[in-house]
Design a protein around this ligand. Structure first.
Ligand SMILES: Cc1cc2nc3c(=O)[nH]c(=O)nc-3n(C[C@H](O)[C@H](O)[C@H](O)COP(=O)(O)OP(=O)(O)OC[C@H]3O[C@@H](n4cnc5c(N)ncnc54)[C@H](O)[C@@H]3O)c2cc1C
Length: 595
């Protein structure tokens, strides 16, 4: 098990040179995000992540969260680390100041999320869910609800959860059966929820559950779902945790990974009904829940980046120590495995894709900041539709798929030791595996991208994206090295345009074709978008080198990453385009009997 240190140089580069954090700091409301403050925050967050949270990753995996008579204990050290996290004000960083937030940009928050999740994904899931609850209440809660819950959720004194899933209602959230019966100023909630992350724990006194349920006469499906605040302890007149509510953790799941994070089966209303408070209006719960899910999807995408980074650091460290075989073509002494070209290929594959995914996730977070803080309304709309809406499913699914693949390469770099738990390489792979599943499976992200973000606009959003990328590639005042990357991105963009054209036409023939194409199409989109960021990175690195600015070694390495991506990753676009077009037709030739 190796240590973790945040990749500060690459984070700074992605924040400043690619996501444009300095410009975001000029937007109204973000003036406090000065370069000095940003630097101090990154340094301090790295200390907490690397010195306090990361050392609990492996021990947490071995010890696991446990549940006895409904009381959940997280692994040794987790509650103390959470206390430090809250005392440092880290929970409050990206929230608006009205209820105690620090009002700093999400773009910066993205880098911090990456750090917490690289350090210890099991631990970081708790603030991730609280963040979703805060956004939900900020957007849809009444003034009274905001006052009762936001200050404590924002500070981290209480935590939040998201309760959608039931045994029969997973992807199909419309099948939720939990009941909500009106009684005076509140509702009585009865039902069971499964897989509730941090549904019960020992970090804080109170837990605020956001629960989807159905009122007695509600219409069927998603249009009949309402959303409720169901606190573990009802706030008393002083706003503190008061009477115990009628809800409990029945058990926790035994899982493939994220062992430190309790995944709870929750029972509501065993003794007559848990008190719940309606958010907004009845039957609009799914619409409200999407506020929470969208940002959580971006953060789950960052978990993919985070785990890829951690796996890379671990593989690199092992490759520098493990001695095996002489260098190819030589008969000398055995060397460390980092000298073998195939190991270098693996490390370069991990490094360049992690950098590409990081850059895209931070750029997406910057789109979110711009969509909220640009003074001009039409620009806000543009950053929403062409920016954050389009990129969210791509960041979620592409980055988490990469997280799993990169963690798997990390195991391979270790050889046999990768398969042995004591190195910790296997833990990264096990932990990563949930990320393509929760917050909407990656298959569902692909359907969201194709259906809601592309076909709804008859392909125009995707074509505008391609146009933007192509214009930027043409405008690069490119050295030979950057030209190579830019032309590979241009070629990949052609594949994306072709697949988009096919998608629009095929959807008119048969929506099943578009659905069958959606996953390879999303992968193609992510591959191109990653290449776009790598080309921009290479260009900026060349410029900084020419100006004699920055760390020359780091900048040279950025250019090499981009070149590797251009030659080893971008050519996959042709195969992905084939899969997203002809391949989709072939998918549909199978009958039930063929399987
Ligand atoms: C560790 C963990 C933590 C979790 N945390 C939470 C939490 O905090 N709160 C919460 O509410 N839930 C949580 N979940 C639940 C999680 O979000 C669901 O597991 C996920 O949404 C998938 O639902 P499902 O498991 O029922 O799979 P299913 O919906 O049964 O899906 C099975 C497969 O079928 C595919 N599929 C299903 N429907 C379609 C479709 N229409 N089109 C194409 N493919 C489809 C899926 O992509 C998947 O591959 C958690 C789950 C786990 C394992």
């Amino acid at each position: 098990m190796t240590d973790y240190a945040a990749p500060l140089a690459d984070m700074r580069f992605a924040l400043k040179e690619l996501a444009g954090l300095d410009e975001i700091a000029q937007l109204p409301g973000y003036e406090e995000a000065t370069p000095d403050l940003v630097e101090a925050i990154l340094e301090e967050a790295n200390k907490l992540a690397s010195q306090v949270i990361a050392p609990l990753n492996h021990s947490g995996d071995r010890e696991k969260a446990s549940c006895e008579n409904g009381a959940v204990r997280t692994p040794k050290g987790f509650p103390e680390a959470y206390r430090q996290f809250v005392e440092g004000g880290w929970n409050a960083l990206p929230f608006e100041p009205d209820y105690g937030g620090q009002g700093l940009p999400w773009t910066l928050g993205a880098a911090l999320s990456e750090m917490w999740n690289s350090a210890n994904m099991s631990f970081a899931l708790c603030p991730l869910l609280t963040q979703g609850a805060v956004e939900l209440l900020q957007a849809h809660g009444s003034e009274e609800q905001k006052e009762a819950y936001l200050p404590r959720l924002i500070s981290g004194e209480w935590t939040g959860t998201m309760n959608l899933t039931e045994p029969q209602a997973g992807t199909d959230v419309g099948a939720v059966k939990t009941r909500a019966k009106k009684e005076g100023d509140h509702y009585l909630i009865t039902g069971q929820k499964i897989y509730i992350t941090y549904g019960e724990h020992d970090f804080t006194e109170n837990i605020v559950h956001m629960v989807l349920a159905r009122t007695p006469d509600a219409p069927a499906g998603t249009k009949g779902i309402s959303l409720f605040i169901v606190p573990k302890f009802l706030p008393n007149e002083r706003g503190e945790a008061g009477t115990r509510n009628d809800l409990r953790c029945v058990s926790i799941e035994h899982k493939l990974g994220i062992h430190g994070s309790p995944t709870c089966v929750m029972a509501y209303g065993d003794s007559g009904g848990a008190i719940g408070y309606l958010i907004g209006e009845e039957n609009r719960g799914m619409e409200y829940m999407f506020t929470m899910m969208n940002n959580a999807r971006l953060t789950v995408g960052l978990q993919g980046v985070a785990i890829a980074e951690r796996a890379y650091q671990q593989a690199l460290s092992y490759a520098r120590e493990r001695v095996q075989s002489a260098e190819v073509g030589q008969r000398g002494q055995p060397v460390t495995i980092i000298h073998h070209p195939d190991v270098r290929r693996m490390l370069a594959t991990m490094k360049c894709q992690t950098e590409a995914a990081r850059a895209l996730a931070y750029v997406a977070a910057a789109e979110l900041d711009r969509a909220h803080h640009e003074p001009d309304e039409s620009k806000r709309e543009q950053h929403q539709v062409d920016g954050i809406d389009l990129l969210t499913p791509v960041v979620k699914a592409w980055s988490t798929d990469l997280g799993v693949e990169i963690a798997s390469i990390g195991v391979q770099v270790h050889g046999g030791m990768g398969f042995i738990e004591e190195t910790g390489a296997a833990q990264h792979l096990r932990d990563a595996r949930i990320t393509p599943i929760y917050e909407g499976t990656n298959g569902v992200q692909a359907l969201d991208l194709v259906g809601r973000k592309i076909l709804r606009y008859k392909g125009e959003t995707a074509l505008r994206f391609c146009q933007r990328v192509e214009e930027e590639m043409r405008a690069l005042d490119a050295s030979n090295r950057v030209k190579t990357v830019a032309s590979a991105v241009g070629a990949a963009c052609e594949s994306l345009k072709q697949a988009t054209g096919w998608l629009v036409e095929a959807a008119e023939r048969d929506m099943k074709l578009a659905a069958a194409a959606s996953s390879p199409y999303l992968r193609l989109f992510g591959t191109v978008a990653g290449g776009w960021q790598m080309a921009r990175a290479a260009q900026r690195a060349e410029e900084l080198l020419a100006e004699g600015e920055g760390d020359a070694g780091f900048l040279e390495s950025k250019i090499k990453s981009a070149l590797f991506y251009a030659d080893n990753v971008l050519p996959q676009s042709i195969g992905l385009m084939t899969a997203a077009t002809r391949g989709a037709e072939t998918t549909l030739i199978f009958d039930d009997a063929d399987f």
